[in-house]
Design a binder for this molecule. Sequence first.
Ligand code: CAA
Ligand code: NAI
Length: 709
Amino acid sequence: MTTDAQKTLRSGAVTSFSESFSESVRAEMDGAVAVVMIDNPPVNALSHHVRRGLLDAMARVADDDGVDAVVLICSGRTFIAGADIKEFDRAPAPPGIHRVLDAIESCPKPVVAAMHGTAYGGGLETAMCAHYRLAAAAARLGLPEVKLGILPGAGGTQRLPRLVGVAKALEMCVTGDPIDAADALACGLIDAVIEDNGEAGGGSEADAGSEADAGSEAGGGAISEASGKSENGGLRAAAVAFARRRAVEGGPHPRARDLDAKLAEARASPAVFDEFKARFAARTRGFLAPELIAASIANSVSMDFEAGSARERELLIELLGGPQSAAQRHFFFAQRRAAKIDDGPPATPTRPVSEAGVVGAGTMGGGIAMCFANAGIGVTLVERDQAALDRGLAVVRRNYERTAARGGITGADAEARMGLIRGSLDLADLAGADVVIEAVFEDMDLKRRVFAALDAVAAPGAVLATNTSGLDVNGLAAETSRPESVIGMHFFSPANVMELVEVVRGAATSPEAVATAMATARRIGKIAVPVGVCPGFVGNRMLARRQAEAERIVLEGATPARVDRVLYDFGFPMGPFAMQDLAGLDIGWKAETSTEMIRDLAAGRGIEPRPVSDQEVLERCLYSMVNEGAKILEEGVAARPGDIDVVGVKGYGWPLYTGGPMFWADAAGLGRIAESIRDYHSRLGGRHWELSPLLERLAAEGSTFAGLL
Ligand code: CAA
Ligand code: NAI
């Protein structure tokens, strides 16, 4: 077969070239297959030089009679992970993505996309223009544009439903969550999965890898001879063999745009859209992009490909120019920036973490232990007595069993994770831990004693962290002979679910301990934000302001339910009183009784009830947080306004589509906010209404928090 194939291929003109088309795109021949390689670290984004290089490379291979087929592949850690988000704020340099994709799709030779890593956004849209798609077994494929407040605007909402059906396309585009290679094969997005050894792992194209090395003149092992990387060798060889076979079989080669069978299914059952909307209503509330994504996918069913694509572009432009996408793009970079410590020495070494310890197996300690076990890190969980330990471990087990019952993990996974958590009643069992997290009651004296005891047993250089909600980390460090190793790691409840960790740097905390805590948080799947010591750190300190204001507003005459409703309508998942109920303070038992109590309390404090408008409720709850955020920046407790935004969104449900409290304040206008704060201060008094000097200055200058960077 291989020989026949080669014979057939050799009947055309033989060509051999290795050519660069831009700084990030080159192509070389592998037999009669042109391998077009993208090398644009770190994530092979579709920057303008990638688009230019791809366009020129496609023109070159399309015209060359010696080229029978084309493989698109990337070097480094991933296939194209999307458009270059840094280019979104300016007019895109030519060529536009659509021109490039047309060149791929209309290529007269079969084009095979070989994906590994994260084939996301414009990357997956590029692959959907290829005639065939292969994915490494560990690859993840997705259209996460919705997370940036936009839609997959390079044909994604038109080609994906044709390939995988409307229901699957809606789910992928509206959640933005990636699917794995096996799922991609099952739903029709790809033609074959390629295992690490280059063997096809399933699908009708089980031959994909079998010819992996046949006829490979370039040896087929290296993804890029120039860069010396070979991690993709199996995938490349399989893709070349696959492409060669498709060339031998001849065309026409399938184009996603021509498929109709799965759209016909949706035409037959149009309820799919309403069912989907109902299912995702809570998750998408307030966001514009999901609505327009669903509309664009609906267009794929009701319009022809060209019309649907033209409308998709219009919707993309509408979203790109709107405030939600600007906010979500800001947040994307803020989240990544927060992970960086600007004032430490560059390349600070971190302590490798192979064992962890947690003290206290209550609500937080159990959840934190799960985070380590979920990441495959062994963890010793120390309690004060057997009953508390049994209780804590039972809760952890129940959580895992529930997740397994829902299909989130297998029963074997649950057992393996439980096996990584060892209960103990003796702090001395923490001697082997590289990081210990204390999560006993919020009681300073108790925590002091625990830190003194930890100092006596912990390994030299181990990071000793407290999960305190707001107590003085420096006071705890002072109980030890190694204050440089003491730090706060403030998880949020439920710790195994919430993504945020405030990493609280004490006065003496060493750069190594900070770097280790940040790296540990990231390793266990958290978003770590460095903050300084002050009561409540960043998040709880700002929230305390909102809570105080909400309570005061209630005394003035608004009901707790109305305060909650105003904040819910702004976009929080729940208002301040509902949040307190959830945390265990049941004030909402009976509306009339509690309103009566509130009136009595207000009268006792000499507060006259009066009508409070929704706007006043909103301003007082949010401006008090912004003012506090500005003070936090002034004091250096947070290094960047974006860090505060990350804490607000990830820790407290501040609506993502506004970008977080500081970004939202910039958009609302600092001048207007400062003026209102002055007004509230003169009417209501209270230290927290004293205008932050930083906010005052920025407002006077007509500047923004973002301008501080
Ligand atoms: N454009 C520009 N820069 C990007 C980028 C992108 N699409 N994706 C990641 N980066 C940058 C990050 O900012 C970061 O830069 P710094 O090192 O300077 O901070 C670097 O690449 C590494 O990123 P991560 O720290 O996030 O690395 P990771 O390994 O944890 O994750 C990833 C990698 C899964 C690809 C993740 O970065 C990611 O999800 N990126 C966004 C993907 C995305 O949204 N794609 C769709 C873009 S929109 C689009 O494609 C529109 C269209 O169709 C026209
Ligand atoms: P919890 O009351 O659920 O658990 C505390 C556990 O510590 C109990 O099981 C108790 O038996 C154990 N304990 C007490 N003394 C001990 C000792 N000497 N040695 C070993 N174990 C001991 O409390 P929770 O909610 O888990 O809080 C723990 C810490 O986390 C507190 O500092 C709290 O402020 C903080 N925190 C709590 C959050 C929450 O929402 N619950 C959120 C973020 C931080």
